[in-house]
Design a binder for this molecule. Structure first.
Ligand SMILES: [Zn+2]
Length: 218
């Protein structure tokens, strides 16, 4: 969602729950940028649905983490349902024999991203191979996504990750719980003391970002 979409969403939320949107102008601005930071990957349409679902089930004011959690579940479900099949010939400009060519890798990446963000319906493994799908069961279907070491190395060369700060991998994102910025350790709320571990939501957020950025193949 863009900043404008977050504003739109918050004004819709305010219509159904006057506890959510801050009244003070400065607080409101901070709130909008916090929501935008947390929900940057979430499509506006989805966020609107998530707000509706939240208020169907909960009497508590909605928080951006509620929407983000629903989005993570949606992305995981979509990628788990996706076969990971890729037909190079469906993509103009892709040379099917040049598997590590820019066009091939870009088209593959776009397809995975499209599945993750909902622009494209995933091809269900169960629909194609009911026997295998039921034997593996639920979430394990994603293991069939064809990504071997060679593919990952080629992809890494094409799309080098930004240098990661020292510490656990989830340091790459800011923490939605304590607000620690990228590269900084989590802090205990209240005392503000540095935590030895990180908040689980930060790990979730990092993983969700990996899935939506990298198509879940790394
Ligand atoms: Zn934290």
């Amino acid at each position: 969602m863009t900043l404008d979409e977050v504003l739109e969403l918050l004004s819709n939320v305010a219509l159904v729950d006057d506890r959510v949107v801050k009244v003070d102008e400065i607080e409101q601005r901070a709130q909008v940028s916090m929501w935008a930071a947390i929900l940057g990957d979430v499509p506006y349409e989805f966020a609107g649905r998530a707000v509706g679902e939240h208020y169907r089930e909960s009497a508590y004011p909605i928080l951006p983490k509620d929407i983000a959690a629903r989005w993570r579940t949606e992305v995981r479900d979509r990628l788990n349902r996706s076969m990971g099949t890729f037909e190079p010939t469906d993509h103009p400009g892709v040379d099917p024999d040049d598997q590590y060519g820019d066009a091939y890798v870009a088209a593959l990446r776009n397809q995975r991203r499209a599945v993750a963000v909902g622009a494209s319906e995933p091809v269900g493994l169960r629909e194609l191979m009911p026997a295998v799908g039921s034997r593996l069961g639920g979430g394990r279907v994603a293991e069939l996504v064809p990504a071997n070491d060679e593919f990952r190395a080629a992809k890494e060369a094409k799309y080098p990750r930004r240098a990661r700060p020292a510490g656990p991998a989830e340091f790459a994102v800011h923490c939605p719980v304590c607000g620690a910025s990228a590269g900084s350790p989590c802090q205990l709320r209240g005392s503000g003391r540095r935590m030895t571990g990180t908040h689980p939501s930060r790990r979730d957020r990092y993983e969700a970002q990996l899935i939506s950025n990298e198509g879940g193949t790394s």
